[in-house]
Design a binder for this molecule. Structure first.
Ligand SMILES: NC(=O)c1ccc[n+]([C@@H]2O[C@H](COP(=O)([O-])OP(=O)(O)OC[C@H]3O[C@@H](n4cnc5c(N)ncnc54)[C@H](O)[C@@H]3O)[C@@H](O)[C@H]2O)c1
Length: 332
């Protein structure tokens, strides 16, 4: 299929564009490069449109010129803390922009949509592992922006029964392309694994662990780390099921939870370096334990994560970070 990868210059979008290519599809990156890296289009040798998704005429032309069959929509602002400080910016870019995309798709007659949702739509779940039947009660503007889009998608599917969509609720995306060609480069970086690896590289003094008195085996938060290549494959599987299933809501995780301390220990093993750690108080808004029940994705998509232990995920990330200590900007 011809797939418009909206947000394809970013972390998960670029890895998905790569997997699309490898599985015989034709990806076209569409990105305003506000938080992504134009260089990835060159690395992948795929066409790219450098524009904002709110630019309706450019988007319409891209949908028509490239005869797009499906839009995968990764483009969003993604930092929970920033969303608390700048909610309007988040609702505008994550909700209003998505509405623009859906309007352009309707006008161009494109009716397949795969959406990057998040486990943050569950907020503090009543139980783990988290199934898709868990109540959705996000605790940040970021999480609420994603839940709003899920609702908009359901409404659009009522208005246009030919509109098919998947809302994929990712847990913690991590790792880098297994061949070392693509990586993770956010500024500022807020995700645990890259932050730990930057500390291992001496690019930051160390890391702060927020809270050591949580009711978990070692007192630190527990999360489900899902390899970015596994996420990419789930998108391709979901796209292949859209015509049959119509609407898909799936958690994408491994089903395993690992604590912050376990991740740091695994990173020390992989890198052979000691990571300087400072222990601080709990951070407001951090859920204690989040990990997925991935059975629905297995049943509906025939997909399951291939990387299930933090060490192999961190090894793939270290392969990229150790060669790109300054991210895409400069190779080491
Ligand atoms: N990284 C995670 O762990 C995680 C977890 C759950 C959900 N998600 C979701 O997955 C998606 C991708 O996350 P990521 O980590 O790859 O983010 P990212 O910031 O690396 O990529 C997002 C890309 O979208 C582009 N973009 C943003 N607004 C745009 C606009 N208006 N027009 C055109 N391009 C625009 C940015 O330039 C960037 O290249 C996001 O929607 C995010 O909410 C990520």
């Amino acid at each position: 299929m011809n797939v418009l990868v909206a947000g394809g210059a970013g972390y998960i979008g670029s890895h998905t564009a790569k997997r699309l290519l490898e599985s015989g599809h034709t990806p076209v990156i569409y990105d305003n490069a506000s938080r992504g890296h134009k260089i990835v289009a060159g690395i992948l040798n795929v066409p790219a449109v450098w524009a904002d998704l709110k630019d309706r005429s450019v988007l319409l032309s891209a949908l028509r010129d490239y005869r797009i069959d499906c839009v995968m929509h990764f483009a969003a602002y993604t930092a929970v803390g920033e969303s608390v400080e700048q909610p309007l910016m988040y609702y505008r870019n994550n909700v209003a922009t998505t509405i623009s995309v859906l309007q352009a798709m309707a006008e161009a007659g494109v009716r397949r949509f795969v959406f990057s949702s998040t486990c943050a739509t569950y907020g503090d779940p009543d139980q783990v592992p988290i199934t898709e039947n868990e109540k959705q009660a996000p605790v940040s503007p970021y999480g609420r922006s994603k839940l709003m889009v899920e609702q908009i998608l359901k409404d659009q599917a009522v208005a246009d029964p030919q509109f098919k969509f998947a809302a994929l609720r990712y847990f913690n995306a991590s790792g880098c392309a297994s061949d070392g060609s693509l990586g993770e480069d956010h500024d500022p970086e807020t995700h645990l694994i890259p932050v730990v690896l930057q500390a291992a590289l001496g690019k930051r003094a160390g890391i702060t662990v927020f809270g050591t008195d949580y009711p978990t085996p070692d007192g630190t938060n527990v999360r489900d780390y899902i390899h970015v290549d596994d996420l990419a494959d789930a998108h391709i599987a979901a796209m292949g099921k859209l015509d049959d299933l119509g609407q898909i809501f799936c958690n994408l995780g491994t089903g395993n939870g690992f604590s912050v301390k376990q991740v740091i220990a695994a990173a020390e093993k992989v890198t052979g370096k000691t990571i300087p750690v400072t222990y601080g108080p709990r951070r407001a808004g951090d859920a204690i334990t989040l990990y997925a029940d991935p059975s629905r994705a297995r049943e509906l998509l025939g997909w399951q994560a291939q990387h299930t232990d933090p060490q192999s995920i961190i090894a793939s990330a270290w392969n990229w970070f150790s060669r790109h200590p300054d991210g895409y900007a400069r190779k080491g």
